[in-house]
Design a binder for this molecule. Structure first.
Ligand code: PLP
Length: 422
């Protein structure tokens, strides 16, 4: 409550923005993830690796738009591409050249993606991938993992969500090889697809073990279910996503976030046989409309970002920087003797307080200390670091090594100052 009071004193204009927003939006909010008590910050601008709020505070941006702002803010390559696209005109209502370039680059980077189609969000990409699997297999059931998040209409924390798309879902247990394989085999003939994140992102940055993904891959093939990797978040782990690092090829992949250069974006792709179902030259083609599927801003920004900024070498460097940061954060907690763990992979991590044992599935987070997490979040804002309320960070290319060190220092100071309540 002392942290809340300090937050309220520091952010009067954010509070005013929130109260005004409440007049026209439920809880003043149009994006649930961003809400937190007593009211969320209203951001005004971003430049490089920093964002600024309406009360004039500058923050090092440690969350990078929940992984979509991989290029930071106003990256010169993205800016130039967007300005050039703007100059040529928006909403032309026809095929352009940018979409084919971006599609070819995506196919070149992700070997399991032979053909791809674009959407407006990761959510839509997942809905389309599931629809593809149902159409291709003639089956109805969709297997997902507990704690999985595949978009606003496909959330499986705590079992599910009342606003989920009305699929017939079956829940596997993340990282439980035997249990999940048994479930796949028991329901094999009904299973259209298995949709899985190679790392639970919103579920707490819990990586799948290679053994788990490998076993799911084999079981999916045995029962003839389409294996879909949701790489909306994990595609940043290497130029070819997490699948390339593990050498495990799904039948389909969904993408989103940074691949559109920070514009609204999603994509679903996979092997030629499945994706050819959408070939409009076929008399029986599946339909896939969408006014903004090839919008010129996303297509141009996405291509510029991948080709000019997020090269394979840049992807590897960002991964290494994130791994080193996470190791330092965990070492600091150990040295302070405080039970707190940063889980994750590469440039994405999430903190969990009060759990001493290994964290391999959402069930392992049941006893997490939520009060400590809230305190951490508010204290880090106070110290000038913007991150997700759930304790997640996602490095962007514009956050420097020095800023990572400053984050580690702030974490150490936080642990020392709040020791009595941690
Ligand atoms: N899938 C995963 C793994 C995600 O993390 C997200 C968003 O956070 C989505 C899908 C949904 O993407 P979007 O928010 O673009 O609809």
């Amino acid at each position: 409550s002392e942290a809340h009071a300090r937050y309220e004193r520091a952010n009067p204009r954010s509070q005013a923005v929130h109260l005004e927003a409440c007049n026209a939006m439920p809880g003043g909010n149009t994006r649930t993830t961003l809400f937190h008590g007593p009211f969320p910050l209203a951001l005004e601008s971003g430049q490089g690796g920093r964002v600024r709020d309406v009360d004039g505070h500058a923050y090092i941006d440690m969350i990078g738009e929940y992984s979509a702002a991989l290029y930071g803010h106003s990256h010169p390559a993205i800016r130039a591409a967007v300005e050039a696209a703007l100059a040529r005109g928006l909403n032309l209502g026809g095929h352009g050249i940018a979409e084919a370039r971006l599609a070819q680059l995506v196919c070149a980077r992700f070997p399991s993606i032979e053909l791809v189609r674009f959407t407006n969000s990761g959510t839509e990409a997942n809905l389309m991938a599931v629809a593809t699997a149902k159409a291709a297999t003639g089956r109805k059931r969709v297997m997902v993992m507990n704690g999985g998040y595949h978009g606003g209409l496909m959330y499986f924390g705590g079992g599910g969500s009342p606003v989920n798309a009305p699929h017939d879902y079956l829940l596997g247990r993340y990282n439980d090889v035997e249990g999940t394989v048994a479930l796949i085999e028991a329901h094999g003939p009904e299973l259209a697809c298995i949709l899985v994140e190679p790392m639970l992102g919103a579920g707490g940055c819990i990586p799948a073990t290679p053994a788990f993904l490998g076993a799911v891959r084999e079981a999916a093939s045995r029962v003839g279910a389409v294996l879909i990797f949701d790489e909306v978040m994990t595609s940043r782990m290497s130029a070819g996503g997490r699948q390339a690092m593990l050498g495990i090829a799904p039948d389909m992949t969904t993408l989103g976030k940074y691949i559109g250069g920070g514009m609204s974006f999603g994509a679903f792709g996979g092997n030629r046989d499945l994706m050819a179902l959408y070939d409009p030259r076929r008399p029986d083609a599946l339909p896939h409309g969408g006014t903004f599927n090839n919008n010129v801003l996303s297509m141009a920004a996405g291509y510029a970002g991948l080709s000019e900024a997020f090269t394979p070498a840049a992807a590897d460097a960002l991964f290494a920087r994130g791994e080193a940061l996470r190791a330092r954060l965990n070492a600091a907690a150990n040295a302070a003797g405080i039970t707190a763990q940063w889980t994750g992979l590469g440039s994405m991590a999430c903190v969990h307080f009060g759990i001493a044992g290994p964290i391999a599935s959402p069930a392992d987070l049941a006893a997490a200390d939520k009060t400590a997490l809230e305190l951490f979040f508010l204290d880090m804002l106070h110290r000038g670091f913007y991150l997700a309320r759930r304790g997640m960070i996602a490095l962007n290319l514009m956050v420097s090594e020095e800023e990572c060190t400053a984050f580690v220092d702030a974490w150490q100071d936080f642990l020392a100052e709040r020791r009595p309540v941690l």
